[in-house]
Design a protein around this ligand. Structure first.
Ligand code: GLA
Length: 511
């Protein structure tokens, strides 16, 4: 190869710097580059907002799993569920985290299997300091690698790590060490940092985790607090530039459906979380949800805004103290989401014009009302709306009449468990179904990496769903227990953005 002249080499260097700098990928390495997780904000349910610590136990979590399934929330994308600071484990004399069997009689591994078999993902909680916040459970300090291995053994898919009792610890070093320990443990999981904004995690945490709390708690357990939620919205909104696929600002679990909030407030809070591309972690008692709360939490047209593959956090573009107008939320199909939020206790008349959202003033747009589920238009220039007190109007604006929903993925199980019947070589097979509640048809999911020789995975389409068949051949295997984690990848075909990696466990017992 001929040697480059100095000028040519400099030219190439400058061109590559330009290409790198003008790409819309963040320059820094993301934790999500490593595991492909949380490329849209995680969705699920966590107990803290309603229950606090005391009533948390295996029975409660299992009841919530069933309620989540019955309510249609699973199909709407809610997946991560498990105990918060629920006195789940202690540190045994040998230093190992050990299940508190009084509260979790199946063991934390058993609860994880139950959750996976029901088609949900397992969330657990710990702390980066010496003890958790109430001091009822050990923190990970000094045991980072051992504890992360134990969470992998329990098959956690999501780990919230609190920041209590961390005196003298450097926050960046601590969470970086926990990230390293998670990678070393070999089980991909979502790392949710919970320092309530301490240490400005939005500036550095994308490299070590997938989401970080931006503020203090949204409420005391059991006491939904609208004004505290509004303060959180205001703080979280300002951080819009730090969020994107695989790295999210987390304004805390939602209070939608908790006693004390009106239907309008529930709708507003949910819409604000969707506009902010916030993790949608429900915090209400799912067993006693009203139909109105259920409909709000499962509104696919609003969820589509949150789960949009571009992962842009919307922001306030105009605020007169009574009404805020939210925009700058471009969506995967070229349309845009707009929220008009009336903070006022009386109705407000608001006029919006298309040029405020980057369209030309004369543009003719179709308007989809995401709560009324109605399309109007084309409308030229803009429109006037009347927003009821403490309520929202949430719209999608598009040049075309179609309002496609991006992929919203769920599965009927995340655990394939097989057992050979005899010591002779056997061929076994079991399938799982990947559902897509969105309207965009996906290409086939693709197997990532290689597996052990005893496992083969085949994928085929069945309408909008895809069937993943696991074919196992026990020939040549010694008696014993085998385990593999399968990763599937896919890309949303309109935006060409990767979807969050789809992981599941395969376990095999050979006689
Ligand atoms: C902190 C967190 C809460 C919850 C409690 C548990 O306050 O911010 O979300 O996990 O700890 O004690």
């Amino acid at each position: 190869m001929p040697k480059l002249t100095g000028t040519l080499a400099l030219g190439i260097l400058l061109i590559s710097i330009f290409i790198f700098a003008s790409s819309d990928q963040p320059a820094a390495k993301l934790r999500a580059d490593y595991d492909g997780l949380a490329l849209t904000p995680p969705m699920g349910w966590y107990p803290w907002n309603t229950f606090g610590q005391e009533p948390q136990n295996e029975k409660l979590i299992k009841e919530m799993v069933e309620a989540l399934l019955c309510s249609g929330m699973k199909e709407a994308g809610y997946a991560y569920i498990g105990p918060d600071e629920g006195i789940c484990f202690y540190r045994a004399e040998n230093g190992k985290l050990t299940t508190n069997l009084e509260r979790y009689p199946s063991g934390l591994g058993g609860l994880g299997n139950y959750i996976h078999q029901r088609g949900l993902k397992y969330a657990l909680y710990t702390d980066a300091g010496t003890l958790t916040c109430s001091k009822a459970m050990p923190g990970t300090r000094g045991y980072e690698f051992e504890d992360m291995r134990q969470f992998a053994v329990w098959r956690a898919d999501y780990l919230k790590i609190d920041w209590c009792n961390t005196k003298g610890q450097d926050i960046i070093q601590t969470y970086s060490l926990l990230d390293e320990a998670q990678r070393a443990a070999g089980r991909p999981l979502i790392h949710s940092l919970c320092s309530w904004g301490v240490g400005e995690p939005w500036k550095w945490a994308a490299a070590v985790g997938h989401l970080w709390r931006t503020t203090g708690d949204i409420c005391e357990p059991g006491k939904a607090d609208w004004s505290s939620a509004m303060k959180i919205v205001s703080a979280n909104e300002k951080l819009f530039a730090y969020a994107g696929p695989g790295h999210w600002n987390d304004p805390d679990m939602m209070i939608v459906g908790m006693p004390g909030l009106s239907q309008a407030q529930n709708r507003s809070l949910f819409s604000l979380w969707c506009m902010m591309a916030a993790p949608l972690i429900a915090g209400n008692d799912l067993r006693q949800m009203t139909e109105s709360t259920r409909q709000i939490l499962t509104n696919l047209e609003a969820i589509a805004i949150d789960q949009d593959p571009l992962g842009i956090q919307g922001r306030i573009i105009k605020n007169d103290g009574q009404v805020s107008i939210w925009g700058q939320k471009k969506l995967f199909d070229g349309s845009q989401a707009v929220l008009v939020f009336n903070h006022n206790n009386s109705p407000s008349e608001v006029t919006i014009s298309w040029d405020e959202f980057g369209f030309s003033r004369e543009a003719s747009l179709y308007v989809r009302d995401l709560w009324k589920h109605q399309t109007t238009g084309p409308i030229t220039g803009g429109l006037s709306v009347t927003v009821p007190p403490n309520d929202v109007i949430m719209l999608r604006l598009s040049r075309t009449k179609e309002f496609p929903l991006p992929p919203i993925i769920s599965a009927d199980t995340y655990l394939i468990s097989l057992r050979s019947k005899s010591s002779r070589p056997e061929k076994l097979s079991a399938s799982l179904t990947i559902h897509n509640a969105g309207t965009v048809d996906l290409p086939l999911w693709k197997v990532h990496g290689s597996f052990p020789a005893w496992l083969r995975v085949e994928i085929k389409k069945q309408g909008k769903n895809q069937i993943v068949t696991n074919k196992i051949n026990t020939a040549g295997l010694n008696p014993g227990y085998y385990h593999a984690i399968v990763r599937l990848d896919n890309t949303e075909p309109i935006s060409k953005r990767p979807l969050s990696a789809f992981y599941y466990d395969v376990e095999l017992e050979v006689k």
